[in-house]
Ligand binder design. Structure first.
Ligand code: MN
Length: 737
């Protein structure tokens, strides 16, 4: 190494370190700067002689991460120290204990968290999921772990150029998969956007470059438009002595590209390429009034689109975002989005969580949306039961969602993910309420479980102790809390029913004098065409498989088996005849499941049939009978060339578990009618109700009930019972759905 270079590097290092201190200075108290210096020296010594892939001294990296923490996230001394030391434990001989001794427990805990999550995004799906979970766990301990981690990741993305191609792709995809959504959720808008843009740069450079070129070449026209558009607003705000700035903000490259892809349009046709942002500097107590005042000035000049007004000033988003958005018509006939906010709101919008803190004392607000979110994360993590990968998918889906605001009957505001239904709301209140949820009254009207909540709805959940979770619920809930609640509930439910089933089977087998051996339940399961013993027991418990059907199993097992050893048969007709003889049926059809004890067969691996598929048996030369689906790719050849080897086959039990039916009930409205109707449905006949909608506006009761029934007989019984309810005039099954 030449002396000149070393000298330049140490000069550069000092310059960067001084810059860090300069930015941090307003936040420093007591001996903070001494501690920062100590951390810097330790990092410098620990990484001495090490260089990054780019050839730069390693210490540049922790220094840059610390700089991001201060300048772009607004974090203080503890985080700066943690950032400076973030790679020390992982990459050098220092231990967490050393850090704790030198810098105290808080810093050590953050470093420990950072070291633990460093493997996030490993190759294996499950490993990745597990790491993601770990990351969220540390988030709920101290959010600064994630914030420093985000700064670390941002710097790595900024310096991705020197990495080999496969590493670039790996790091970039982890970033878009986990870190950008997290940054979004923590309100770090600028960092999220930069991460997304860099992801695009490294995964699709051509597109990235062309969008940049397009933005550049259209800049002049755009700037002129913005100048003209904002001129009257500018004038009026000045006249009224506001302290303000107006900016024209171009969308991020990533979001332009997303638009182009989604709407399948070229760059030129992305109409909302930019937004106008008006930032006013006013004391906090005047914020709301001033924002609306500015809104009124803007709309004095330009007509607003009433559908596009977004008021996140009165009710901030859960990630802390506050702003007043409107879309107005310009004089050239172009819709323009205008964002109105105060300096404080702008700070929070750009820097998120940390900036929020900075303002917190003065705001004396209740629990912020973010804190609510973090406590939700914590709760969710404590309740995880199923596989981690599922959890990650659901959780990630939650990170980007917009919200809907609704009220409890007492008037408390609750924020849910956009698209949330009555059932999501019920689970949000409490898992037990979700599991027992029957429907709800929204703004005094009865609505079904799958009603999609609207902003401002007041929701009162109706529960019943008879209610049970159903698989179908998963189709219309959107929050991860509801999903995992339902899944856990279903598992419990299935287990309980299967236990009932087991008792029934034991009783029946005793009655049939069948000795229960270790394999009996497996044999029964196969006999009924199923693969899982629990599934079999569940069906018995639910009454889908009736106890009397167990007799068929006995009959079948008493018959002597037909040998299908190779060379015994080459002609399926002979085999069919034998089956007819042995079973006393006259159809020459192999009943899968039921005939298992009579004939051996295997399922063809080329098409793996499952119960309910159309199938046929094929007598092979060496491997006995194989069952294929009729739409198996090999079927045409088998059926056309070797017709004599084809054996008709059917599933012995392809009873559907249940099917959906919609009933329309008409009657005269009276108090308690709904109660009587639902009682019959859920108590007496044990039918699962999917939804119920009732309209009683005119004194006539008109209800529509969607439910699950097992067969037509079941439905007939139900209709008869419902018709006998006092006040009910007519019950119809309707075809719609
Ligand atoms: Mn690092």
């Amino acid at each position: 190494m030449e002396t000149l270079q070393v000298e330049q590097e140490s000069k550069e290092l000092i310059r960067r370190y001084r810059k860090l201190l300069r930015y941090a200075k307003p936040m420093l108290k007591d001996d903070d700067s001494r501690q920062i210096r100590k951390a810097f020296n330790l990092a410098l010594e620990a990484h001495a002689g090490i260089r990054r892939k780019s050839g730069e001294p390693y210490i540049y990296h922790p220094l840059a991460v610390a700089q991001i923490c201060v300048e772009e996230i607004g974090l203080g001394t503890t985080s700066i120290i943690a950032a400076l030391l973030h790679d020390v434990v992982e990459d050098t001989d220092y231990e967490v204990e050393d850090i704790e001794r030198e810098f105290g427990g808080k810093v050590a805990q953050i470093i420990d968290g950072l070291t633990k999550i460093s493997g996030v995004g490993s190759k294996h799906e499950s490993g990745q999921a597990e790491n993601f979970r770990k990351m969220l766990l540390t988030l709920s301990q101290d959010v600064r772990v994630i914030l420093v981690k985000l700064a670390d990741r941002l710097h790595n993305m900024r310096t991705l150029d020197s990495m080999p191609r496969h590493k670039q792709l790996k790091i970039a995809s982890e970033t878009i998969f986990i870190y950008a959504p997290l940054a979004h959720r923590l309100g770090l808008y600028a960092i999220k956007t930069e991460m997304e843009d860099l992801h695009l740069k490294y995964t699709n450079e051509e597109v990235y470059q062309s969008i940049i070129d397009n933005i550049r070449s259209t800049k002049e026209v755009r700037d002129r438009f913005i100048r003209r558009f904002t001129r009257p607003i500018h004038q009026e705000l000045s006249n009224q002595d506001f302290d303000f700035t107006i900016k024209g903000r171009v969308k991020s490259i990533h979001s332009i590209w997303e638009k182009m892809k989604k709407q399948n349009i070229p760059f030129e046709e992305v109409f909302d390429l930019f937004a106008i942002r008006i930032i006013v500097d006013v004391p906090e107590e005047q914020e709301k009034a001033v924002c609306w005042h500015v809104y009124s000035i803007v709309t004095d000049f330009y007509k607003p689109n009433p559908d596009r007004l977004r008021d996140w000033v009165s009710t901030p988003k859960a990630n802390g975002y506050e702003s007043l958005h409107t879309t107005v018509m310009s004089r050239t006939g172009k819709w323009v989005e205008v964002q109105i906010r105060t300096q404080r709101m702008d700070d929070i919008a750009e820097k998120g969580y940390a900036a929020h803190w900075k303002y917190k004392d003065s705001a004396n607000k209740k629990e912020s949306g973010l804190e609510q979110w973090i406590s939700q994360v914590r709760e969710l993590l404590e309740n995880i039961s199923s596989n981690a990968a599922d959890f990650v998918d659901e959780f990630k889906a939650n990170l980007y969602q917009d919200e809907v605001f609704v009220f409890t009957p007492k008037g408390d505001l609750r924020t849910l993910q956009y698209g949330a239904t009555t059932l999501d709301f019920a689970f949000d209140i409490h898992t037990q309420i979700g599991l027992k949820c029957l429907g709800a009254k929204v703004n005094q009207r009865l609505v079904p479980l799958n009603y999609v909540l609207q902003n401002g709805d007041q929701v009162e959940i109706l529960t019943s102790n008879k209610q049970k979770p159903s698989e179908d619920w998963l189709r219309f809930v959107v929050t991860s809390k509801a999903r995992s609640g339902i899944k856990n509930g279903l598992r419990d439910e299935i287990r309980l029913i299967a236990e009932d089933g087991k008792e029934i089977v034991h009783r029946k087998l005793k009655q049939l004098k069948i000795e229960v051996k270790s394999d009996t339940f497996n044999q029964l399961t196969r006999f009924f065409g199923l693969t899982q013993v629990t599934d079999f027991l569940y069906r018995v418990g639910k009454g889908i498989i009736e106890p009397k059907e167990l007799k068929k199993f006995k009959d079948a097992s008493e018959k002597k088996k037909i040998s299908t050893r190779p060379s015994n048969f080459t002609d399926a007709r002979e085999l069919g005849k034998l089956i007819t003889e042995k079973t006393g049926r006259d159809d020459s059809i192999l009943f899968l499941g039921q005939d298992l004890n009579l004939v051996d067969y295997k399922f063809a691996t080329c098409c793996s049939p499952i119960p309910g598929d159309d199938v046929f048996g094929f007598v092979t030369i060496n491997e006995g009978i194989k069952i294929h689906r009729t739409n198996c790719p090999n079927a045409p050849e088998l059926l056309s060339k070797h017709g004599h080897r084809v054996l008709k086959a059917k599933w012995a039990s392809d009873k559907r578990e249940s099917f959906e039916a919609t009933l329309e009930i008409i009657g005269t409205d009276r108090v308690g009618l709904i109660n009587d109707v639902t009682k019959i449905i859920s108590n007496e006949l044990k039918v699962n109700m999917k939804s119920i909608t009732v309209d009683t506006d005119t004194g006539i009761f008109e209800g529509r009930i969607v439910l699950y029934i097992n067969d037509k007989k079941h439905l007939g019984e139900l209709v008869k019972k419902l018709e006998s309810v006092e006040g009910v005039v007519k019950v119809n099954r309707i075809k719609d759905k």
